[in-house]
Design a protein around this ligand. Structure first.
Ligand SMILES: NC(=O)C1=CN([C@@H]2O[C@H](COP(=O)(O)OP(=O)(O)OC[C@H]3O[C@@H](n4cnc5c(N)ncnc54)[C@H](O)[C@@H]3O)[C@@H](O)[C@H]2O)C=CC1
Ligand SMILES: CC(=O)C(=O)O
Ligand SMILES: [Mg+2]
Length: 593
């Protein structure tokens, strides 16, 4: 096997190796064209001789450091974010180690290029800028061919993590049809960049079930299915076939749902989380990060969770996910579910959700409904009036409505809170509910602000990027390493507590509510450890604690710090490893790209 693991004989062990030589049966052009094995000008003279590369490379042997410096210089030949994104994409399909080294070394500058906000534009332009496919295309026209389409990616223990999307609710820009494959590729690559998963052991798959995006249907270059989205029974059956095929082929992989539509995201998650280790990032990942930021902000302002009133503006996947996570957190800190729901108020497109609005609200929204009789005579569509009555401690935007948090609304928050907590989380940048600069200015620089897309500091106040990428890589890594059978709410809450613990704002509120992106390896490793420890408590793992009687599984240290060290030892980092020539490697996926 290519990525041979010393624990390969143990059922459920990962084959994620992070050091030592790698076996390789490719040579010549094929080797240069394999993004997982390619080292370009960094192949040593011995490797060039052994792998038939001597005539294919100029004589100088570069280090990875030198290559990354050159790539960074080349990147700056490109002026627009989208052109930089194209450059990064082609580097990812040429040489994964170099790609991850480059992005990791300049994470703050390049995350907005390889992820939100630029990724949104790259997805919109998918068919016109298409060069080389990445990911797997699952087509509703070919339900019987799902397994054939997955076969090139390997089998059984070849894949640790799978990101899937049906592209209906991409990054605040809605239905993007087949181009949504790129959000899966981007999220899977964040699992490597921020969560240390092996880049050859993640799979990204788009479910092409048609599109309702008229622009795409009319675009002659559009590469996906040109019919309206299939819904209802046929959609559910296709998702069922996809999930069953994924699980049959990769029974140990964790499945991550991304950017499903507002009506499908939640039912799909609820259906499958009972059966498999799966997770919806827009619901649970976003909820975890927002709850951690809120927890840190409450600490900074000396307020208690039990007294907080929360206003959610935009009660879709993210808004309700955050509401659920806040509820779980309140419950795990002593509140009843009813009390928690009374502290959370949701506004959606028809105004504040009230208990007489069944006809226009989903069941999930209705569970947070305020009593209509308490709101007689108030214009519940008017945000300022709603704030005046509720006096929220925290206001969170997930509505995709740019500028919805007006000066009057922010000032009303400030009237009731010396330090209002305001999180405009909508992506991309142009859809943000309020610019951080304005939120701070309108509150005499007293607001605690976190956003969905990156923003520069405002007068020395770090604006935390409340992006789910701070949480899901750690949660995913923990679930992969513990070979979890399911991912529970309490495992997510453990991640929240760990993330809140790491907030720099507790020392100085200007430093930001979330740990700095530069320390993302540490953040993800700690979150993963917290998730593993909680999963072990709940018995939903396929590993065992070091001192338990041997059940033939991978042993995990019992103590947090030693478990953390073990997690770190399992994380893949971008570095070149010596290649050993073998005749035949029995792992199909290593030949991808
Ligand atoms: N910062 C982060 O980590 C994340 C940010 N997001 C962002 O949050 C936003 C929402 O994403 P999803 O929840 O996945 O989308 P969604 O489509 O599920 O939810 C949007 C909700 O906003 C509501 N809405 C629309 N117009 C409104 C108005 N005028 N007033 C109040 N509500 C209104 C919609 O009815 C819908 O319920 C997007 O911009 C997305 O990029 C989503 C996930 C993670
Ligand atoms: C960040 C993310 O997952 C979203 O905006 O959908
Ligand atoms: Mg998303």
């Amino acid at each position: 096997m290519t990525y041979r693991d010393t624990e390969d004989h143990i059922p459920h062990a990962t084959r994620l190796t992070t050091s030592g030589p790698i076996e390789c049966d490719l040579s010549g052009f094929q080797l240069l064209n394999s993004s997982l094995f390619n080292k370009g000008s960094a192949f040593s003279l011995e490797e060039r001789a052994a792998f038939d590369l001597s005539g294919l490379l100029p004589p100088v042997v570069n280090s990875l450091y030198e290559q990354a410096e050159r790539a960074y210089m080349q990147l700056h030949f490109f002026r627009t974010p989208l052109a930089k994104s194209d450059f990064c994409t082609s580097m990812r399909v040429q040489n994964k180690v170099l790609y991850y080294k480059l992005v990791r070394d300049h994470i703050k500058e390049l995350l907005p290029i390889v992820y939100t906000p630029t990724e949104g534009d790259a997805i919109i332009a998918y068919s016109s800028r298409f060069r080389k496919p990445e990911g797997c295309f699952l087509d509703i026209n070919d339900p019987d061919g799902i397994d054939d389409r997955l076969r090139p990616f390997g089998r059984d223990k070849d894949i640790d993590y799978i990101v899937i999307s049906d592209s209906e609710g991409i990054l605040g820009i809605g239905d993007q049809g087949v181009g949504g494959v790129r959000i899966c590729v981007a999220k899977a690559s964040l699992m490597t960049l921020c969560g240390g998963l092996h880049p050859g052991r993640v799979l990204s798959a788009v479910l092409d079930v048609g599109t309702n995006n008229k622009k795409l249907i009319e675009d002659e270059l559009y590469m996906g299915n040109r019919f309206p989205r299939i819904r209802g029974k046929a959609y559910d059956e296709f998702v069922e076939q996809v999930m069953t095929s994924l699980h049959n082929r990769f029974p140990h992989a964790v499945i991550h749902f991304e950017d499903f539509g507002v009506t499908t995201a939640r039912p799909v998650l609820e259906r499958y989380r009972k059966r498999y280790a799966c997770f919806n990032d827009d619901i649970q990942g976003t909820g975890a990060v927002a709850m951690a930021s809120m927890s840190a902000a409450l600490k900074v302002t000396n307020r208690k969770l039990s007294d907080a009133q929360v206003l959610i503006f935009g009660a879709g996947s993210a808004g309700l996910g955050i509401s659920d996570q806040i509820t779980n957190h309140m419950v795990s800190h002593g509140a009843s579910r009813e009390q928690a729901h009374q502290q959370i108020h949701c506004i959606d497109r028809f105004g504040l959700i009230l208990d007489n609005m069944e006809d226009v609200s989903s069941a999930a929204q209705m569970s947070y409904a305020d009593k209509a009789e308490d709101w007689k005579g108030v214009d519940t569509k008017n945000l300022v009036e709603v704030i005046r009555k509720i006096k929220p401690t925290v206001m969170i935007g997930c509505s995709t409505q740019a500028g919805a948090f007006t000066e009057a609304a922010v000032k009303e928050m400030y009237k009731h809170n010396p330090r209002p907590i305001i999180f405009p989380l909508s992506n991309p940048t142009r859809l943000c509910e309020v610019l951080p600069e304005d939120a701070l200015k309108w509150t005499d620089y007293n607001a605690l602000v976190a956003t969905g897309s990156p923003f520069p500091p405002v007068k020395g106040h770090v604006i935390s990027e409340n992006n789910n990428c701070v949480a899901f890589p750690g949660i995913g890594l923990g679930a992969v390493l513990a070979r979890c059978k399911s991912i529970s709410d309490t495992m997510i809450s453990a991640a929240v507590d760990e993330l809140a613990e790491m907030s720099p704002a507790v020392k100085d509120h200007r430093l930001g509510l979330l740990p700095d992106l530069e320390t993302i390896d540490e953040t993800s490793a700690r979150i993963a450890t917290a998730v593993i420890m909680q999963a072990l408590k709940e018995g939903v793992v396929n590993v065992e604690q070091e001192d338990s009687p041997s059940g033939g599984k991978v042993k995990v240290p019992r103590d947090f710090n030693r478990c953390l060290a073990w997690v770190k030892s399992q994380m893949w980092m971008p570095k070149y490893r010596p290649l050993i020539k073998v005749e035949h490697v029995n792992a199909i996926h290593t030949h991808q790209y």
